[in-house]
Write a protein that binds this ligand. Structure first.
Ligand code: ADP
Ligand code: MG
Length: 704
């Protein structure tokens, strides 16, 4: 007997109309291997054939509608980039323009005048006339009514390769239509009755049928809601479940006391009062490290929010409990800077701090290795060199990783194995991501946020200058330098062409050298093609105020602290991402002086570029900027998210459906609190689906 599950797992080539060749395309192009996969290949839109609008009835912009009419004229207008094909479509109530900028020739062939068409698209007003740009054209003659028995026709994403094999959207919709009656009755509900009824969600069976061939608009939106819910809810369930498994599996070192080291430092040597956010975060983390389970936590805080001192205080707690700590930074310069700061701050204390990197000399290295093994070294600060196998600890209890996204996954995993009971892990990042997104992305990490900047910081003043303002810029820089301040100038990095990239920088250097000549001014330059020692030399020269202007490609190390630098000039700012600009801006404003960020751009900008630069000028709040960026570009471009695969949602949208993200998170949490193994009979169907999802997973807790 074929069980229900088996039927959905049937390989796709057994569907009538598929065959081996098309099956191959379906697998390769769309990841459709089984009946179930096809069932879950949702259309991106429907043509609403249930209603044909009259042209005179069009009232608002923004909604897709269907019109039926006759093309009475077509004309090519404009030249070069403005060249377009404009056709007039009329019905018995009025007329509308259809406009094409691309594929003009092809459309012209298809559009023979005086024929009827069904037109689908989004009307907009232009010069007080309705028009539809790049509408879909459906020739009713090529589309006998019998082929589309329902009033909503689904449109599926496809590819050129698939189209050549006969798998265009229409063909896919036919396959789905063949499939649905066969599998309809075996689609099992996977939510508990409780959840489904409380939330009045459509059944899975109805949702899967209606997402492809909806009965009406309302059924379609119900189906979408239900499938979004499932996607988000089970993602959260999976993440929380992983977290639960980790915390059970990995016992943690118990940091039970706050002792003398912490207290002495806190009361006598802390250079400034902590912000409330820093205090709260220390409390959160302390509680976690005292709980008996191993901590895996993400610490988020905007640039300059004071993550380092927070981490240092926690390292002192580790020492009070008899444990060693390590702080790992992504670059030598950043690690050195952490080391020097922390060493200075701890100078009056009896805490041994050491530094280890690839360039540490052999003899010193041996000494440090020994100190780590016999427990003399309390805090080790360094680069990737800390991960190497010969670095062994007497009792490592706490690991801090700064600027997390620059570390590879395998590298981080190695740190786990540096003690029999894995150390507590704190990953610090200045990449601001909205909370709901962070919860989903790093759903099995706990999250702490420093959402407050130290008092008395003067907000950085940001301005957008055009190329024509260059002289004004130079005058401004001269005045700042005359006050004894320093300037960063950053040029964009073009990955595809490192040569051109250097050309930009070099041309800039020439121009700047003329505007800021020796001996009055000294300029430094840093780029990716330089040897590490040369780079290091130039950076140090700038840090020590030996140069007033440092020109570089984006190699300016993340996190470097030069309090005397008050101006950040970003050349071709329109070529940078918003979060990158925000990070760059964070390089200044670290001392007490008023600081500035000048975004230079060409004289002409696209609307989007203008909007982005305006956003930078309008706010210095990293979270606001991240939100804006997400709305503009979607989450796909976020640093560190590309590889995770976790954003590959089929139907949900982490930004647009933000409320549902938070809701499903809480629901999943409540469910697991009541029934951690989902072993109650009413949860059996959810447990089954979860088990299926668990087979393919991303496991941040383990790798961070
Ligand atoms: P980030 O979070 O970007 O790593 P840092 O830890 O480098 O920020 O801190 C930025 C600067 O702010 C440092 O010079 C640090 O000494 C200072 N700082 C940190 N916390 C406070 C505070 N509570 N009050 C005043 N200054 C602080
Ligand atoms: Mg930092």
């Amino acid at each position: 007997m074929i069980t229900q599950v088996d039927l959905l797992e049937t390989p796709i080539e057994f569907l009538k109309g598929v065959g081996p060749k098309k099956a191959d395309i379906l697998r390769k192009e769309f990841n459709i291997f089984t009946f179930d996969d096809l069932l879950n290949y949702y259309p991106y839109r429907h043509i609403d054939k249930s209603k044909v609008y009259h042209i005179a009835d069009i009232q608002s912009e923004g909604a897709y509608i269907q019109l039926k009419g006759r093309v009475v004229s077509s004309e090519i207008m404009g030249q070069q980039r403005g060249k377009r094909l404009v056709c007039k479509l009329v019905d018995e109530t009025g007329s509308i323009d259809l406009v094409w900028f691309n594929g003009i020739k092809w459309v012209e062939e298809m559009l023979r005048e005086n024929r009827d068409f069904i037109v689908f698209g989004k009307p907009t007003l232009f010069n007080n006339r309705w028009n539809i740009t790049h509408p879909e054209l459906i020739d009713p003659k090529n589309q006998p009514v019998s082929a589309v028995p329902m009033s909503f026709q689904p449109l599926y994403n496809t590819s050129d390769k698939a189209k050549r094999a006969g798998l265009d959207s229409k063909a896919i919709s036919k396959l789905v239509m063949t499939l649905l009656p066969q599998v309809r009755e075996v689609i099992q509900e996977r939510l508990s009755n409780d959840i489904r009824q409380n939330l009045k969600l459509m059944s899975l069976k109805d949702a899967l049928c209606n997402i492809h061939y909806p009965e009406d608009m309302q059924a379609l939106s119900q189906a979408m809601l239900r499938l979004k819910f499932d996607e988000l809810f089970f993602t959260q369930l999976k993440m929380l479940k992983l977290k639960l498994v980790t915390s059970k599996k990995y016992k943690g070192h118990v940091f039970s006391v706050v002792g003398e080291t912490f207290n002495t430092f806190y009361h006598q040597y802390l250079p400034f009062p902590l912000t409330n956010a820093q205090k709260r975060v220390i409390k959160e983390i302390r509680a976690d490290m005292g709980s008996g389970r191993q901590m895996n936590r993400l610490l988020q805080g905007d640039v300059g929010s004071g993550k380092t001192i927070t981490a240092l205080l926690l390292m002192l707690i580790a020492k009070d409990n008899g444990f060693q700590s390590c702080l790992m930074a992504p670059t030598e310069i950043l690690a050195t800077q952490h080391y020097e700061n922390i060493k200075r701050q701890l100078a009056p204390m009896n805490v041994r701090v050491e530094f280890l990197s690839g360039s540490t000399k052999m003899a010193k290295r041996r000494e440090i290795h020994e100190g780590l093994q016999n427990g003399d070294v309390d805090i080790i600060i360094g680069t990737h060199a800390l991960i190497e196998d010969e670095v062994r600890f007497k009792n490592l209890g706490f690991v801090v990783i700064d600027e997390q996204h620059r570390f590879g996954v395998e590298q981080r995993a190695k740190l786990w194995r540096k003690n029999t009971i894995p150390p507590h892990i704190l990953v610090m990042t200045a990449t601001p991501i909205p909370r709901t997104l962070a919860m989903t992305l790093y759903g099995d990490l706990d999250l702490s946020v420093i959402d407050e900047l130290p008092k008395g910081r003067k907000p950085i003043i940001t301005a957008h200058y055009f190329e024509k303002d260059r002289l004004r810029l130079n005058g401004f820089l001269q005045r700042e330098i005359a006050k004894g301040r320093q300037v960063f100038v950053v040029y964009p990095l073009i990955k595809e062409s490192e040569k051109m990239d250097l050309q930009d920088l070099m041309a800039g250097y020439d121009a700047m050298s003329r505007a800021f000549p020796l001996p009055q001014y000294a300029l430094g330059i840093v780029h990716g093609k330089m040897k590490p020692e040369e780079k290091e030399f130039e950076m140090q020269r700038f840090i020590k105020n030996g140069t007033q202007i440092l020109l570089s490609t984006t190699v300016i190390e993340v996190g470097i602290d030069v309090p005397n630098a008050t101006v950040m000039v970003v050349e071709n700012a329109e070529r940078f991402g918003l979060s990158q600009l925000h990070q760059l801006r964070g390089r200044v404003g670290r001392g007490g002086e008023q600081s500035y960020c000048i975004l230079m751009s060409g004289n002409k900008l696209t609307t989007e570029s203008k909007q982005r630069l305006d956003a930078m000028v309008a706010t210095t709040d990293g979270f606001e900027i991240a939100n804006f960026d997400l709305k503009l570009r979607g989450p796909g471009d976020l640093q560190g998210t590309q590889q995770s695969g976790i954003l590959d949602f089929k139907i949900a949208d982490l930004i647009k459906d933000e409320k549902m993200v938070a809701y499903t998170r809480n629901l999943a949490k409540a469910l697991l609190e009541k029934d951690p193994d989902l072993s109650q009979p009413e949860n059996a169907s959810m447990a089954r689906h979860l088990a299926k999802l668990m087979r393919k997973n991303v496991y941040w807790g383990m790798i961070s």
